[in-house]
Design a protein. Structure first.
Length: 297
C-alpha cells in the first residue's frame, strides 16, 4: 500500500526515493506467492510505474482526503473481506524490505519516518530502525517536553509514547507531537469557538478557512450516540456507520457482522472516533467484537 493520507504523514514518493527497484522487487516476490490478484494502491500521480509488471499485479490509484490512503478503504472497494474470505495487506516499506532481502540476502530493518506536529521545531524525514527509541530520535527537536504528547503513529490512531513503552511501532511511519489537552473550559459548549474545529460547523471557526490547533482533549465526557450525520461526513465506505457503531457499542455481534464489521480494522473507524459527539472509542469496540467473533469461530 504505497499510499498514506494520515494527518502529518510523509509523502510516499519522498520516502521511497531511490528505492523503487527494491519496491518492485518486493512486489514481484509477493505476486509469486499467490495466484490471486495483487493490488498496488497509490495516492500520487507521480508514483513511478514500470511497464513490465507481473500479470496478476494491478496498479490502482485512490485520490482524496483521509481515509483514502488506508488499506481498509482499498480492500473495501477492490476485494472485500468476510468471515469466509481473508485479505492480506502489506505496507510499502515492508515491501521494500522484502525486495532488499531477496536481492541482497540481508534483512533490512530501516524505516524512513516523518517527525511532525506543533511540538516539533523543524518537521523532517529521518532514517531510523524499527523499534527505535523515540525519545532518542526527538532529542533537541521538541519545542517543550511538558506541553506536548509524543505519539508513535498518526494523531488520530497512534500510541502514546511514555516510559517504558517509548519505541517506534512496527507498522508506524511517523511520529506525531501535538499539544497536550485536558483543561476544562467553563461553558465551552456555549462559546462561539472561533478557534475550534467542528465537522458539523457548530462553531464560528467553521466560517474561516484556516487550520486549527488540535490537541488531545476529547471535548467532554462519554454520552449517548447521537445520529446527527457526523459519522457519515467522514465515512467513505459503503456501510451505514451510525447503526454499525451502535451495535458495536452494545456488543451485538450478529448485527455488527451483517452491517460490515468483518471488513474493518480499528483504524478504519478512527475518524468516526475523532468526530464522535458521544466521545466513544469505536476502534476499541470494533476490536472487542472482532475478538469475540474469532473466539466463536
Amino acid at each position: 500500500t504505497p499510499a498514506d493520507t494520515r494527518p502529518l504523514a510523509p509523502r510516499v514518493v519522498n520516502v521511497i526515493g531511490d528505492n523503487y527497484d527494491s519496491f518492485y522487487d518486493g512486489v514481484d516476490v509477493i505476486s509469486s506467492l499467490t495466484k490471486s490478484k495483487v493490488f498496488v494502491c497509490i495516492d500520487d500521480e507521480n508514483f513511478y510505474i514500470p511497464s513490465d509488471l507481473p500479470d496478476n499485479v494491478e496498479i490502482v490509484r485512490f485520490d482524496g482526503p483521509h481515509p483514502a490512503g488506508l488499506a481498509g478503504t482499498h480492500i473495501h472497494f477492490l476485494s472485500p473481506a468476510s468471515r469466509e474470505k481473508s485479505v492480506w495487506q502489506i505496507g510499502y516499506q515492508d515491501v521494500i524490505a522484502a525486495g532488499k532481502l531477496f536481492r541482497t540476502g540481508e534483512i533490512y530493518t530501516k524505516r524512513v519516518i516523518s517527525i511532525a506536529g506543533e511540538g516539533v521545531r523543524e518537521p523532517s524525514l529521518i532514517r531510523t530502525d524499527i523499534g527505535a527509541d523515540i525519545f532518542d530520535i526527538l532529542k533537541s527537536k521538541l519545542v517543550n517536553d511538558n506541553e506536548y504528547r509524543v505519539i508513535s503513529g498518526s494523531p488520530i490512531y497512534g500510541k502514546t509514547c511514555d516510559e517504558p513503552v517509548n519505541f517506534l511501532g512496527k507498522f508506524d511511519y511517523q511520529v506525531s507531537v501535538i499539544p497536550e489537552g485536558g483543561d476544562r473550559e467553563l461553558f465551552g459548549w456555549l462559546m462561539p469557538g472561533k478557534n475550534k474545529f467542528s465537522v458539523k460547523n457548530a462553531f464560528t471557526g467553521s466560517l474561516f478557512k484556516k487550520k486549527f490547533s488540535i490537541d488531545t482533549s476529547v471535548g467532554g465526557s462519554k454520552r449517548a450516540i447521537v445520529p446527527i450525520g457526523s459519522y457519515e461526513k467522514v465515512m467513505p465506505l459503503d456501510i451505514i456507520p451510525t447503526y454499525l457503531l451502535r451495535y458495536l457499542e452494545i456488543g451485538d455481534i450478529e448485527m455488527a457482522e451483517k452491517l460490515g464489521c468483518m471488513e474493518l480494522l480499528e483504524e478504519d473507524l478512527s475518524l468516526c472516533t475523532f468526530v464522535c459527539p458521544g466521545k466513544i472509542d469505536h476502534c476499541r469496540n470494533l476490536r472487542d467484537v472482532l475478538t469475540t467473533i474469532e473466539k466463536e469461530t
